[in-house]
Ligand binder design. Structure first.
Ligand SMILES: [Zn+2]
Length: 286
């Protein structure tokens, strides 16, 4: 690998990059790859404790500062805000906000991702899976926008005002390992939790999510060194880590059961026929 290799991860909220695959990002940074993150929102409606807000005017400012801390820790070459507002969980008032990411037309959001792709010229892109991990509407929205952007970034006739065409070579979705998800659903009742009614609004159906099986095409092994970097980046997100009931529930359980020595990805492009076991997201990149 060399400094000509560039990796872009496109996410919905500050923390998605670190909680999703921070170890992988740190690993590529250490290998000399330029790693960037484009984030749709500033996490404007995330929950927090009063002490997290010291020195910050808004939740978005606070969470962006956490994001900057994580990016520094992981060694990212840059982070970008795509200009949208956190839509919150389904059924909340924040869904209706005019700047809420879920209300943006996919063509518009894709255009903003196209601009970042054409500016940075990444060979490899990572984003959320088609159900947004646990069906967070913003995660699904960033998935759709990134897939569209990947399809059109190399076409000079599309979004011609957003810079010269550039076609990335590979597109991955960061996916939960299916076995771990099934195990979580099985174990949750032992923790007094109903896997069909999770989250603050009891509207996350983990059982239905566990029934979806995305193929895993790439497994990135994480050394102790990069796991340590990932853990330190995680600590930057103090507002998302304290013992609030939501975190102590489903996310904390997932966190405990997760294999920490590997990250798993589905390859969306080039399309995969049958089985594939890549160990490097840049495998085959020209
Ligand atoms: Zn998120």
């Amino acid at each position: 690998m060399n400094d000509k290799q560039t990796l872009l991860i496109v996410t919905a909220h500050p923390d998605d990059e670190t909680f999703g695959c921070g170890g992988t990002l740190a690993k590529y940074v250490m290998a000399g790859v330029k790693v960037f993150c484009a984030c749709a929102t500033r996490g404007d409606v995330g929950t927090f404790e009063p002490e997290n807000m010291k020195g910050f005017a808004t939740v978005g400012d606070m969470r962006w500062a956490e994001f900057e801390c994580a990016a520094r820790t992981l060694g990212l070459a840059g982070i970008f805000h795509l200009g949208y507002r956190d839509s919150g969980m389904p059924g909340t008032e924040d869904n209706k906000h005019p700047q809420a990411f879920i209300n943006a037309p996919v063509e518009e959001a894709a255009g903003r991702v196209v601009k970042v792709i054409r500016d940075l010229k990444p060979q490899v892109i990572i984003t959320s899976d088609p159900v947004g991990g646990y069906r967070h509407p913003d995660h699904i929205a960033i998935h759709k926008a990134t897939v569209k952007a990947f399809e059109v970034a190399g076409d000079p006739r599309q979004y011609s005002e957003d810079g010269p065409a550039f076609q990335p070579q590979k597109l991955y979705y960061n996916v939960f390992p299916h076995g771990m998800m099934k195990l979580t659903v099985t174990l949750m009742p032992l923790f007094g939790q109903d896997p069909r009614h999770l989250g603050k609004n009891k509207d996350i159906d983990l059982k239905s999510i566990a029934d979806i099986k995305f193929p895993i095409h790439a497994i990135i092994k994480l050394s102790k060194q990069v796991r340590t970097i990932g853990d330190r980046a995680t600590e930057c997100y103090a507002s998302q880590l304290d013992n609030r009931p939501r975190r102590a529930g489903f996310m904390d359980l997932l966190e405990r059961l997760q294999r920490h020595d590997l990250d798993t990805f589905m390859r969306a492009f080039p399309p995969v026929n049958g089985h594939l076991h890549e160990k490097d997201l840049f495998q085959g990149v020209a």
